[in-house]
Design a protein around this ligand. Structure first.
Ligand SMILES: [Zn+2]
Length: 122
């Protein structure tokens, strides 16, 4: 089955957004433990931590965006950002590469990792 790819910046953005939701859910969960102040405080703190983390991630996206190379997608003609050697168009999910040697090859996110210790088969 074909793996679904999405642009890296979009992926990180989704991650940051889900962190905000997780943070709120965890904080809301703390309400169920209001008899126990310590447990409630832990939930509130964890929730707050998630929200702070998402802010950090959003900040990181901003940093990445400035480092990403802006290109015009040859497929949909929209300006998109390429992060690393290979990335996906934000609009039409077309694989894009900045590396001429990889051009025409099948898209593989592993091209971005020079040394991949978690996946030795890469
Ligand atoms: Zn495109």
């Amino acid at each position: 089955m074909a793996k679904k790819y999405s642009s890296k910046i979009n992926k990180i953005r989704t991650f940051a957004l889900s962190l905000v939701f997780i943070g709120f859910v965890v904080m809301y969960g703390g309400i169920f433990f209001r008899e126990n102040f310590l447990v409630m405080s832990i939930f509130m703190l964890l929730g707050l931590l998630c929200i702070i983390l998402s802010t950090v991630v959003y900040f990181w996206i901003g940093m990445l965006s400035t480092r990403a190379v802006q290109v015009v997608c040859p497929t949909c003609g929209k300006p998109t950002k390429v992060l690393g050697r290979v990335d996906i168009c934000m609009y039409c999910n077309e694989p894009l590469t900045l590396d001429q040697t990889l051009e025409g090859k099948e898209f593989d996110e592993n091209y971005n990792q020079k040394k991949n210790l978690d996946h030795p088969n890469a």
